[in-house]
Design a binder for this molecule. Sequence first.
Ligand code: PLP
Length: 492
Amino acid sequence: MDAEEYRKAAYASVDYIIEHFKTMDERKVVADVEPGYLRKLLPTEMPVEPEKFEDVHKDFDSKIVPGLTNWHSPNFLAFFPSNTSYPSMLGELYSSAFSAPGFNWICSPAMTELETIVLDWLAKQMALPKCFLSDGEGMGIIQGSASEAVITCMVAARDRYLRDAVASKYETEEEKEEAIANARGKLVAFASDQTHSATHKAALIAGVRFIAIPTSADDEFALTGEKLETALSSAEAKGLLPFFLTASMGTTAVVAIDRFGEIAKVSESRPHMWKHIDAAYAGAALICPEHQDMLDGVGDSYDSFDMNMHKWLLVNFDASCMYVRRRRDLADALSVMPPYLRNSVSDAGLVVDFRDYQLPLGRRFRALKIWFVMRAYGAKGLQAHIRKTRDIGQLFTTRVQERPDLFAIIARPRLGLTVLQVLAPEGSATTTNDLTKKVAARIEKEGHLYLTSSTVHGSYAMRVVTGSPWATEEAMEAAYKYIENVAEEERA
Ligand code: PLP
């Protein structure tokens, strides 16, 4: 493809994208294809001869797009949103054009510097504790996902614990090594039973134990100080070494918020235990002052915090914004310096090289799309997006609350998420769990809406949440009516 062909194809692609979003309502929200559909449509070998982009695009339109789930549709009410926006797409376009793996500052100075600047802007706008800003010992860095953020922090936490809480008690290198080897098998990471599975997975990867702590039995599903104390003391009594805890600001199933103040208090007597906050979804709402009370009790004792702009803050995947209180903790665990990566600015300690603060070496220029989005929307525009979509979600909650005879809401509704069951009539042979499952299965089969279900403390429930910039009140009203209809018919 030469420059002129690129110009033509790029203009046509932009037109295609605009048309796609304009006509989103005309397509089903879930791809209407059978497993393995694509293998039947594409050749078994790669092309030998070059092909015209028009031909490739024709196949993209007829074979690939029908297999894409319509995540931005107003009828997509599943998981959490996966936002995109035009400024974000443009940032991604430039980032791909100037493709460079910015692992060291010198690789493309603007990549590192812009990332530090936009993450500081974001931290200030979210009112995060000042310890996470880059003008002190802290720092923000973009990771690929919230899962990557947890494993990165856990590796740093493991090394810090082994060094500061274990090896520091010994004199000789031999004694230190022996003590570290003995301690490794006793390390344990904690999270609540509602925490996203990313923490459990990180523990598997890091080769440490994992303990899930039961959450409160009310509709808050929060990790409390009391439950944490019980879990930590019981592990310690068995000789285990608690070195890491994930506290959640907005869990996946119900958007539960853990009791950060109580957790911090309990942790005071365990100064070497790393405390991470997973705010993957809910963190976006901190952009609005009225939601900043979610930070109550966080103070400056938490070691790390992570939120995904790519969920609910108009930046396309991936843009997971991770902050640490002491950037040195990451570098101590993750920095290696082979001769081929050395350079004079790094050697002089004048710059931050992001490779020292993440698992991979190479990294994409993700700060650009964040900067484009921040400039195009401003804080006011981002707040308007959060408020609009939160309120559309709240509209659904209100409708459900108006039918206490038909529905039960099992978790406190938060940030646009409703977690509901369809109530089985009194004296009926079927249970509320089974009826809810039946309703969810029919909704999935009919494919007008896409929503996800979850089992919370034994209750099977449907989750309804939006967050798409293309969400509308009308579509949410229609979604409610449809769910109400299905629930009534299945209950009859
Ligand atoms: N944490 C929470 C609360 C989530 O809801 C999710 C995903 O939805 C994750 C972590 C994992 O996110 P990621 O896909 O960025 O790893």
